[in-house]
Structure formats: C-alpha cells, structure tokens
Design a protein around this ligand. Sequence first.
Ligand code: MN
Ligand code: MG
Length: 628
Amino acid sequence: MKKISILTALVLASFGSAANLNLRILETSDIHTNILNYDYYQDKFTDEYGLSKTATLIKAARAEVVNSMLFDNGDLIQGNPLGDVAAKIKPVQKGEVHPVFKAMNLLGYDAANIGNHEFNYGLPFLKIALSGAKFPYVNANVYAASGKNYFKPYTILTRLLKDSTGKNVRIKVGVLGLVPAQIMQWDKSNLEGKVTAADLVKTAQKFVPEIKAKGADIVIVIAHTGLDKNEPGDLAENAAIGISKVDGVSLLLLGHSHADFPGAFYKDFPGVDVAKGTINGKGAVMPGFWGNSLGIIDVKLEGSNGAWNVVSSQSSLRKIYDTAAKKANVDNDPAIVAAIDADHKATLEYVRGKVAALETPINSYFSQVQDDPSIQIVNQAQTWYVKRALQGTQYEKYPVLSAAAPFKAGGRAGASYYTDIPAGTLAVKNISDLYVYPNTLKAVLITGAQVKEWLERSAGQFNQIDPKGKPNQLLVNDSFPAYNFDVIDGVTYEIDVTQPNKYDGKGGMVEGANRIKNLQFEGKPIDPAAKFVVATNNYRASGGGAFPGLDGKNIILDSPDENRQAIIGYVTSLGSVNPKIDNNWKLTPIVGNSVLFLSSPNAVKYLPANAKKQADRADGFSEYILSW
Ligand code: MN
Ligand code: MG
C-alpha cells in the first residue's frame, strides 16, 4: 500500500511539472496585391480571392483559441494592377505606407517573409515598401555583395501565452525566412551585382542551430518554396522536403507553388502525411494563393524545465469560397476595405483608361491547343518593339521572331482564369489581362537549331497521346505551367503530340525525341545555322523555365520597358486593333482519334471547327473534345 502511494505521488508530481500548451499558427501567402476581392481585369468584385475576405477567416480562427500567431509568406507587393499603381503609376514614396501594409498592419501579423516577386520592382522600391510594415520581415538566404545578410535573417519573438491550465507562460519563437535562389535569374536586371542567393536547405542548416542556441523554444521556417518529389539538388527551387529534415526545424510555412497543403495532390510525396499535414513529422501548411485560403497549424507543445517542444500538430486550410457550391464562405472585413479605399479608386481610374479600339474579341480559351489571338497580339507587339529598337544597330540584319505564352489559361488558378475581352474598347485593364506579369522585354540572338529546341521545350506542355489508344486521352499535362508554353511567331511549325516529350524541365532530355515538325521560315525548312533575333521577356531570356540555350548570355536587347508597355505602344500606334491569328502553328492531326481538353464553360462561345463540348465538371471546368 505504502509503496503504491509513493509511486502514485511521483507520477502525479511529474505530470504536475510537465505543462501543455496549444498554439495555433496562421499563414497567408502569395497574396499578390489581392487585398480587396476585386478582379481588376474584369472590373468587378469576386468571391474567390482577396485578403479582405481572408481577414474574416483570420479573426474567426483566432477567436476559437487562446493562443495564436499570424505570418505572411511573401509574393505580396506584385500581382495585380493595384500593385502596378503602387510601384509604377503613383509610386509609393519614402515615408508613405504601401497599400498592402495599410491593410496588413490592421491584422497584427507577427512576422513575414520575402517572396520572389518582391524583387520585381527592384531593391530600392522593396526597401520603401517594407518600411511601411509594422511587423518584422525576415530572409536568411539573400546576401549583399559584402557577404553579409541583405535582410534580417531571422527574428526570435517572445510571446506570453496561456498553458492548458490557464497559467501565463513565456515562449520564444524563432522565425527564419527563405526565398528561391532563382530570383537571381528571374530578376537578374534588378539583382545582378547587388545581391546573391544561397541554397535554402544549407541556409536552414546554418541558421537553425544559431536560433536554437539563442534560446528559441521552437523554430518556424517561413519558406517561400513548395514540395518536389525528387531529392532537392543544390539551389533547388522547391526545397520544403529538404528543409523539413534539418535538425531543430519545428514547423514549415510554405508557399510559391500556389497550391493547397495539406492536399490530396501531395499524398505520394516522400515523408508526407496528408492527414496530419506533416512533412517528415514536421507540421506544414501552404495556403493556396491570393488569399483564397487561410493556412492553419494547430500545435501541441509540451514544456518541462522551461523548454517547450512540439509533440504533435494538425494542419488544415480554410477557404473563403466554396468551389462546389459556388458560394462565398465569408464576407469582407470592412476595416480592410476601408483601409485601401483610396488605392482601390486610383487603381480603377488607371485600369479604365482607354488605349485603342478593338475590332474583334480576344480570348485565351484555346490558347494551349491552337494559334490564338491573345498570344498573337503580344507577339505582334514584341516584334514591332524589337524591330524599332534594333534599327541602326549591328543586329538589324537578322529576322525578328517573337515568343509569348498563355498566361491566363485556367490550370491551378481555376476555370475563371482566362482572358475574354469583348470587341469595343481596349483599356489598360485589358493589356494587363493579356500580360499579367511585370516582365521586361528582352531579345536574344540564337540559331535556327536553337529555335527548334526552344519549341521542343514548349511542347512539353502536352501529354504523349497514343494515336491507336482509347479516344479522348487528356491532351495537356496539368503540371506543366502554361506560361512555359511559348508560341513562336515568325516561323511555322507543327507539334506532334504522339511523340515523346524531349525535355523534362530540369535540364534532362530524351535523346532523339522530336515533337516539332515542319519548322519553316519564309516557307522553307529553317536553316539550323542561320541566326534569328527572338523577342521574349527577362524571365525566359535569363533561364526561367529551363529552356535549352537560354541562360542570359545571348541577350542582345536588354530593355527596361515592360512587355506591357510594348503592347500599349503597339496598339496605340495602330489606333484600332484587329488581332487576327495567322495559324502559324498547329497540332499534327491525330487522324482517327480524338483528345480531351479542359477549358472554361464560356469557351463554347468561340469553339474552333474541330472542337465540341462534352461535359461540365464539378471543379468548374468544361470538357472539350478535339478531333480530326
Ligand atoms: Mn506567388
Ligand atoms: Mg501566331
């Protein structure tokens, strides 16, 4: 009896000294200046995105728990015309608060990370913008020329929280920030010579022990990166799985891929438990994009001797919009709407300005499967711009081709993400809709052989179709980003999707694979040794998308002008625009079979001759059948 009671007393004593703490971590990411739930291209309100709605989810999620913290994971200041106005049209000046922070400062963020798009407007503008945030920013893997961290690499936040018995406890939360090293390619003109970027996993290995040594109980890595099934190589863009294996990392806040984690898409990824939302046992979350989701990690911590450790976690996402029921889950937070009212009105004034008349409608519904007016007009504008820019230079003797890709073509952004401009007036909002990124115009000098390889890489957009297989095989590989499907105007060609894909997008290739057929210049087979100028953007010319032969070394026109400005210049010079397609490329007919292609239900208005609509789907897309 006596022995048992001593044991019982010991057990009780040890339970008594171990405390438990529940902490809810909230994450937003990839807001892309979508502060208000407004589609500036369609010029109307939307229920599908906007931090004004996410804010309502944030407040509700906080109210349910005793302890919570809120973080943002970047790609914040670029992405829609509100961001363009703040950066370019009426640039935010030193001492002024960027509109995104007028809103976010109301939400009590604990800390935030810098995304790759934060560099799009250059470092001086980024500095001005970030100075308006009333919360700390961290990034550990961007270095100044001196070798020092360009930003504050991490912060250790001390928070007074309540444990499960209601007692106040002090906890130290280390927060480390990371961004893909590819910023050096994607924003080469803004960053080269000024900063360098280091590997994400190695940077975490370097700093996490330091953060722990300084007394952090837990370490949250806010990494603007996603998951890749393959082991991350040096400078891997999507390194979340690698970071999860770094000792001392407690939780991962992810972004960049604009995807949902946890989510079924990731169920077969190594180390991933999609039910709990963990990667190699570490709680992780990625909240979609544009504020469409709030990321939550509910963390259980256990403390003894003044140290706190994560014992379990459960990740989840809350959506502002119910895609299946097609209805809003939440209303706007009126304080956020009021905070950016003046900036919203300035943006409306900007986007409604007329630049030209439009004689025929422009849409992107079939831009992935046939020559298309939304790409044609971009290529015509780029060609016009480059020919003028090269006049009188040593390069004016070369033919000018132009490459452009579908930017708004459904995919992960959903069935409403297409360009659809009615005939009538072409306004600024329509130009931004045709060209959604603030890329700058570049031209490269390459050979005819390289033109073919460029197109082979583009042609990786398509699944390989078995011409003798079952009908209605899915034509487009939905993991291939549409913005990497470059159409090159100025040459003619066919894409034979019954052939294997040549490039894997990571530098690997299938020897002998050949999808590009009948590539001709001026009606004759292209001369592999002849030289061509190709108009493109800074992203592609510097190596974005891993296109063979494009690494920034063959840029011969390095313009500071945005591609959008080239389009505005071109259509203004015409006065009235009729972007007729020239059918310079087509899929090689798969005679006797048909393929399945997904597009908007609205695409039915513009059905090509060889297409018919088959069915509507629950995810908002419609199925179309192409046959020959
Ligand atoms: Mn993003
Ligand atoms: Mg064309």
